[in-house]
Write a protein that binds this ligand. Structure first.
Ligand code: COA
Length: 260
């Protein structure tokens, strides 16, 4: 399958949807797919019309069932290091400057779970199954699972998933905070689109600054993070969006944000 087909891109208003399109392999992430995602995100970051990105999987069975295990055989440690560090897909998703939503439509395993963890918000279908089964291959997660998972759900719950490799259902994922919302499978795409469209109406400037500030919370001590927040808050005062938002409120009208 050609590179451009392993990831489908659709843009609707301010919302872009990337669909990982290897349903026969449960959308397992091979090198071509990772590269296609990195390339697509690079373009979407520069497209001012696009303000929110949804990432989902093709078909009804799987979001992403992990790294493509068939590519592991015979790969040297050096090759593996290069695959994971050259234009890392997980880094590209984590560093993407606009809001991202994972719409988890089925199996969300290993690198798939890590891809969802690298997104800002996770919405799951009630049919989704999530887990980090690398342990069963004599491996550990390599796409951020040992780092983002404990930050999101706490160390105990993370150790449990990482040590056992067990799959959990969407309702359990919601209970432990691994996903933010669970909806019936048939409603997932519409709900993700609705949420993305609502976010897409907000100020792109403020969205970007919120993302920067919230992400800082994962790497800075509280006092440093609070200082960064104040700086970003003051920076927002330089935007036309801020003037528009305040004027719209004071004049009891709908704001029309331009991202400037
Ligand atoms: N890498 C490569 N191929 C994968 C894959 C992966 N991570 N996950 C699924 N596939 C392929 C299967 O090999 C199979 O291909 P085939 O039809 O050519 O044989 C196809 O996708 C369908 O998967 P299958 O295993 O037949 O479906 P299932 O419903 O019986 O089982 C899973 C679903 C998710 C439980 C099972 O596919 C699985 O355990 N996958 C691996 C999950 C994993 O360990 N991920 C972490 C990798 S580090």
């Amino acid at each position: 399958m050609a590179d451009e087909q392993v990831v489908l891109e659709q843009i609707d208003g301010h919302v872009a949807t990337l669909t990982i399109n290897r349903p026969d392999k449960l959308n397992a992430l091979n090198i071509a797919t990772r590269s296609a995602i990195v390339r697509a995100l690079d373009e979407l970051a520069r497209n001012d019309e696009v303000r929110v990105v949804i990432i989902t999987g093709a078909g009804e069975k799987s979001f992403v069932a992990g790294a493509d295990i068939s590519e592991f055989e015979g790969r040297s440690p050096i090759d593996q290091f290069r695959v994971m560090t050259d234009a890392s897909m997980f880094q590209a998703v984590g560093d993407f400057p606009k809001p991202t939503i994972a719409a988890i439509n089925g199996f969300c395993l290993g690198g798939g779970c890590e891809l969802a963890l690298a997104c800002d918000i996770r919405i799951a279908s009630d049919k989704a199954k999530l887990g980090q089964p690398e342990i069963n291959l004599g491996l550990l997660p390599g796409g951020g699972g040992t780092q983002r998972l404990p930050r999101l759900i706490g160390m105990g719950a993370a150790f449990k998933l990482l040590y056992t490799g067990d799959f959990i259902r969407a309702d359990e994922a919601l209970r432990i905070g691994l996903v933010d919302e669970v909806v019936p499978a048939a409603d997932l795409a519409a709900r993700a689109a609705e949420l993305a469209a609502a976010i897409g109406q907000k100020s792109p400037v403020a969205l970007g600054l919120i993302k920067q500030a919230v992400k800082a919370s994962a790497r800075t001590p509280l006092d440093e993070g609070l200082r960064e927040e104040v700086t970003l808050f003051a920076l927002a005062f330089a935007s036309e969006d801020m003037k528009e938002g305040v004027d719209a409120f004071l004049n009891k009208r709908q704001a029309n944000f331009t991202g400037r």
